[in-house]
Write a protein that binds this ligand. Structure first.
Ligand code: ACO
Length: 335
């Protein structure tokens, strides 16, 4: 059985923050951020906005492009590491989209690789599980876990959502040609937002006796990152992953119309493209306007490239995500 991408959409918050505005809260400059990362501005959730709302907006656009009704969706995969509800937000997205048939809906947590994991999971559900219309959403609000006093990390991230609709088809129409996925827990020390176990304010019972088992109040720490190690990991791991996905697809890099990488840093994108000998005109990049939007970055950049007419129907894309976990993975697909 085949599967193909038939719709895409994206959504970003209204509040836009430029590098100059960030330079008012940490010791940095537009020049430093632009030169080291390629980022000029980013969008951040504010006011009454939430991540579920962004995800619903992106998913709704993908459904309209695909001309598929919410009731015909039978699986929703919400790829996020920063959900509105720690217990999972995909069922809420289903409800807000108006899917009256209650499709299976669950979250996938794999940081910046989340969307790639979602895409491959969707294909496996279609090929092995009998699903027909699968919404894959990549959405994150990393601003929730950024230390706004740390100039090494707060300049990098933005909030956004992107979505694609994957549909079952016959094998001749199959549009997902090959993939390659990895993880390495050893690298977690280079990039994480780990749990903090704090003792609760009250460690005494109602009689004032000290409890044997003081209750805990947990929270997550802000993002801890060794930027140089993450940079090295990405440049070292992504090219072989794309080559492996290409090999499984029986293709070579010259068969690829577009290289679409997780939008973390323009220097990472340039280094990977250079190693793969892909000219810059065939590389999709929009991180100047949005920063690193974690699991949203690949579907957001795809949607912009499709809407602008850059990516055309029938073209082949090599996409790769990489990030915390560590996790990384690539897929070769037809738009
Ligand atoms: N403004 C000005 N100066 C800064 C800033 C800033 N925002 N941040 C760091 N500096 C300073 C440092 O303090 C250091 O100063 P020093 O030389 O006096 O000690 C100097 O600039 C160099 O710092 P480095 O950390 O060595 O800078 P580097 O060139 O490595 O760039 C960066 C840092 C941009 C974070 C880079 O390492 C990077 O992009 N790494 C990849 C990070 C990434 O992509 N993370 C997310 C991917 S995974 C995911 O998406 C969850």
């Amino acid at each position: 059985k085949g599967c193909k991408l038939v719709g895409c959409g994206s959504a970003v918050p209204t509040l836009e923050i430029s590098n100059d505005e960030l330079a008012k809260i940490v010791d940095t400059s537009d020049e430093w951020i632009s030169l080291r990362t390629g980022i000029r501005k980013r969008r951040l959730l504010s006011g009454g906005e939430n991540l579920t709302g962004l995800a619903v907006e992106a998913a709704g656009k993908a459904l309209r492009m695909a001309k598929v009704e919410p009731d015909d969706v039978d699986l929703i995969l919400m790829c996020t590491s920063t959900p509105d509800d720690l217990f999972g937000s995909a069922p809420q997205i289903s409800k807000q989209l108006g899917c009256r048939t209650n499709p299976l809906a669950y979250d996938i947590t794999a940081a910046c690789s989340g969307f790639m994991l979602g895409l491959i999971s969707a294909a496996c559900h279609i090929r092995g599980g009998g699903f027909h219309n699968v919404l894959v959403i990549g959405a994150d609000a990393v601003s929730r876990y950024v230390d706004w006093t740390d100039r090494g990390t707060c300049i990098l991230f933005g909030d956004a959502a992107g979505a694609v609709l994957i549909q079952s088809c016959n094998s001749e129409e199959d549009g997902l040609f090959g993939f390659d996925l990895h993880s390495d827990g050893d690298g977690q020390r280079h990039l994480n937002a780990a749990i903090k176990e704090n003792e609760a304010n009250s460690a005494v019972d109602t009689n004032g006796c000290v409890l044997d088992f003081p209750p805990r109040q947990s929270s997550y720490s802000c993002i801890q990152m060794n930027g140089k190690e993450v940079f090295r990991f990405a440049v070292r791991s992504v090219p072989p992953s794309i080559e492996s996905a290409l090999e499984k697809a029986g293709l070579s890099i010259s068969n690829i119309d577009w290289l679409l990488l997780h939008q973390a840093n323009q220097r990472i994108i340039d280094a990977v493209a250079s190693r793969l000998e892909v000219p810059s005109e065939r590389v999709i990049s929009n991180l100047a306007n949005y920063g690193n939007t974690n699991a949203a970055s690949i579907p957001l950049a795809l949607d912009e490239a499709v809407q602008s007419g850059k990516v055309k129907a029938g073209q082949t894309i090599a996409a790769s995500g990489f990030g915390a976990g560590l996790t990384w993975g690539s897929a070769i697909f037809r738009w």
